[in-house]
Write a protein of this length. Structure first.
Length: 403
């Protein structure tokens, strides 16, 4: 299943008032700490979470709707998310807006799904639900539509229907990672290894499954890990009583054969590098690549000399999986092979995030080799173009398909 997310629009999500950006196959969100990079990824993760489990659970995990919608001194805001995709050769729009109710409650005020082409004319499969105080408007191409509820995303209800299944799978199988070496180091309970957990707590299971079912991907993980940590000769899942962990084979001076070490003996940098590689080259339990992966600061705990190898791994994986990376590392951005079109700058002013392509001045400096992207970031000069990133929430239409 080939999926490509073309455009993301967000309105009033955490510190993001209004955002409309196009994504590349490999996209870097760059900016200082606290600017809104993680909030952008979290909006996409909320979509995936809310399709796999009730929306209420996804909101409660984030502190409730009061902590998800953008805070301001004025009227409370509803938040909305809109995604334009290409999926299995078809165009798709999926968007929804969530409104707050009293006592921390909420309702899905509007939800639109259109699949087919050319959009917006005569989508092959579609539904639109609008909930107002005085009634509900519901229109769909489904002959016998399932019931819909104000606290659930309707795409979940229709996920079993052929026309909507591919979109549901693409969005629900997205993976987002803030890898924690301490969790990877722990002895782990076995699981099917279908999708890597957000913090990497099931890395052993996922790696074992990749090695058993996809030797080519397993070789890529091993080769990139050896390049990042030259003394490593291999890693595999091993059983420890009724648990499992990772066992590394490492070259030791004076020994003709590699020594074996469990994960609890390995450095944070080694474990985090392995977690990133497993995230990039994992397969779902349906033997497909995870359609979109978001990774926060994959360069963390890595030696600067390894960053070029990390970028090679990101680019290799992006040939079959769409990848979004957050970073505030000037060293990573100084790697020559990063294309300026892959960069989205993020900046926060008075607590409100702006996200967009680079300013013309920044692009000119890069094109004329006056500075590198890393140097511009270090000097605070890598900024989003205000003409494309600055707008008020009321000006952003979430429900019109991409041209």
């Amino acid at each position: 299943m080939k999926t490509y997310m073309r455009r993301v629009r967000l309105r009033n999500y955490k510190n993001i008032e209004a955002c409309e950006v196009r994504l590349d196959q490999l996209t870097f969100l760059v900016g200082p700490n606290g600017s809104g990079k993680s909030n952008f990824l979290d909006a996409l993760r909320l979509v995936s979470d809310a399709l796999r489990a009730p929306l209420e659970h996804a909101l409660r995990e984030r502190g409730g709707i009061k902590d998800v919608r953008r805070r301001s001194t004025g009227h409370p805001h509803d938040f909305g998310i809109s995604l334009d995709l290409e999926i299995e050769g078809a165009r798709a729009l999926y968007a929804f807006e969530v409104a707050a109710e009293g006592d921390g409650g909420f309702r899905v005020a509007k939800e639109v799904c259109r699949i087919g082409g050319p959009l917006p004319v005569f989508p092959e499969h579609h539904f639109e639900i609008v909930r107002r105080k005085n009634g509900i408007d519901f229109e769909t191409s489904i002959e016998h539509p399932p019931s819909h509820y104000p606290d659930r995303l309707y795409l979940t209800n229709v996920s079993g229907l052929p026309g909507f299944r591919a979109l549901y799978d693409a969005l629900s199988m997205m993976g987002f990672y803030n890898l924690n070496p301490a969790q990877i180091r722990e002895v782990q309970s076995p699981d099917p290894g279908g999708v890597l957990a957000r913090d990497g707590r099931n890395t052993a299971s996922v790696l074992g499954r990749v090695q058993a079912t996809s030797p080519g991907d397993a070789h890529q993980i091993a080769d990139f890990l050896k390049a990042i940590v030259p003394d490593i000769r291999g890693v595999e899942r091993v059983s420890v009583a009724n648990k499992e962990t990772l066992e590394f084979r490492q070259r030791v001076k004076g020994s003709p054969h590699p020594w074996r070490f469990y994960a609890n003996c390995m450095s944070d940098g080694t474990l985090r590098a392995l977690g990133v590689l497993v995230a990039l080259f994992q397969n779902t339990d349906k033997m497909h690549r995870v359609p979109l992966i978001g990774i926060e600061e994959p360069e963390s705990a890595l030696h600067p000399a390894a960053l070029g190898i990390l970028l090679d791994a990101l680019q290799a994986a992006s040939k079959s999986t769409q990848i979004i990376v957050t970073s505030h590392s000037p060293t990573l951005l100084d790697v020559d092979s990063i294309d300026q079109r892959q960069l989205l700058a993020v900046r926060a002013t008075d607590g409100v995030a702006s996200i967009g392509p680079l300013t013309p001045a920044s692009l000119s400096a890069l094109k004329n080799q006056l500075a590198t992207a890393g140097e511009l970031l270090a000097q605070g000069m890598l900024e989003p173009d205000e003409t494309s990133s600055s707008r008020e929430a009321g000006e952003l239409d979430l429900f019109t398909p991409l041209d």
